[in-house]
Write a protein that binds this ligand. Structure first.
Ligand code: ZN
Length: 311
């Protein structure tokens, strides 16, 4: 399927000042308050073409934001991909060798396989291992409303509710093609208090996504009393959608029956939403919510996730 390239309203900040890092890992800046408190981590550029998080972190770093308790770490994650970002080909710099947000299985991290992204993930792992709270800032292909992806555990939902943004929380178990950073190790363990949240701030290159990233970070810092971020936007009423399944592409002839953008509610169970080769894909229940349909419809990848509104 061909499509026109979206307008790129955002500019990737100059990341060169952050290259050295201050804790032994390039593009990682860690500040300790000297006071007891949570070890908080802000992550941008998990996908190299998602600019909103980098804009938010750059602003805070340039403003000299420091924690008043605990520690605050700023991470520019897939920097190798981000440094290839070209506004004329904005979709080309998502990753170098593989999706950085699918390599966070312990077995993969500990295993022998290597790639640009795995080398970076292994370098970042000791930093992530220290985090009590991790906020990973992303954006989406389609101009969909912002989403908080809370994972499978209640603590992820509680983190989204404590931050109070965005309006829609999605509880999901990620992708069959590999584990996300937000689901790494203890973050997905209900016995651990360590929590992570992935926020999809809007369309990759729309101005609003950077505004959502900044608002989410400000609310996060204030909600956990980590730092004083200045004026903080009010919380918003929230709803939670539980993802029941992910539709994984199995043929090279997958197509949706309509140009879904995400968050459509399909009223009737048994409605056809796509064909994978000759096989129709049906909605399994009434009022099925389509979450983040992708244009990247290659075998083995997630085409769309299906969810229901939670009580
Ligand atoms: Zn992303």
């Amino acid at each position: 399927m061909t499509h026109s390239i979206p307008i790129v309203e955002l500019t990737l900040p100059d990341l060169r000042p952050y290259a050295e890092g201050n804790c032994g890992v390039p593009y990682v800046w860690r500040f300790e308050s000297g006071q007891p408190g949570p070890d908080a981590m802000l992550v941008a550029l998990t996908h190299g073409n998602e600019l909103c998080g980098a804009i938010a972190l750059d602003k805070l770093l340039r403003a000299g934001m420091r924690p008043k308790r605990g520690a605050l770490t700023f991470v520019f994650a897939n920097i190798a991909a981000a440094l290839n970002f070209d506004p004329l080909m904005p979709e080309q710099s998502r990753y170098v060798d593989e999706d950085f947000n699918r390599v966070w299985d312990i077995a993969t991290l500990d295993g022998p396989r290597t790639s640009t992204e795995l080398i970076r993930a292994r370098a970042l792992r000791p930093i992530v291992d220290r985090a009590d709270l991790l906020l990973d800032l992303h954006s989406m292909q389609h101009p969909t409303e912002p989403l908080a992806l809370a994972g499978m555990q209640q603590k992820g939902r509680e983190m989204a509710e404590r931050i109070g943004l965005p309006a829609t929380i999605v509880m999901d178990k990620g992708h069959t093609s590999g584990r996300r950073l937000r689901d790494y190790g203890f973050f997905d363990d209900p016995a651990s208090s360590k929590a992570a949240l992935l926020v999809e701030c809007g369309q990759h290159w729309e101005t609003s996504s950077a505004q959502v990233a900044e608002a989410t970070v400000a609310r996060f810092l204030a909600a956990y009393d980590i730092a004083d971020p200045g004026p903080v936007p009010p919380p918003t009423p929230q709803r939670t959608i539980e993802v029941t399944e992910a539709i994984t592409v199995s043929t090279d002839r997958f197509h949706f029956v309509a140009p879904y953008l995400g968050m459509e509610i399909i009223e009737q169970a048994g409605s056809i939403i796509a064909y994978d080769g000759a096989s129709p894909i049906y909605t399994p229940y009434d009022n099925c919510v389509l979450i983040m349909p992708t244009r990247n419809l290659r075998p083995g990848l997630t085409a769309v996730r299906l969810g229901r509104l939670s009580q």
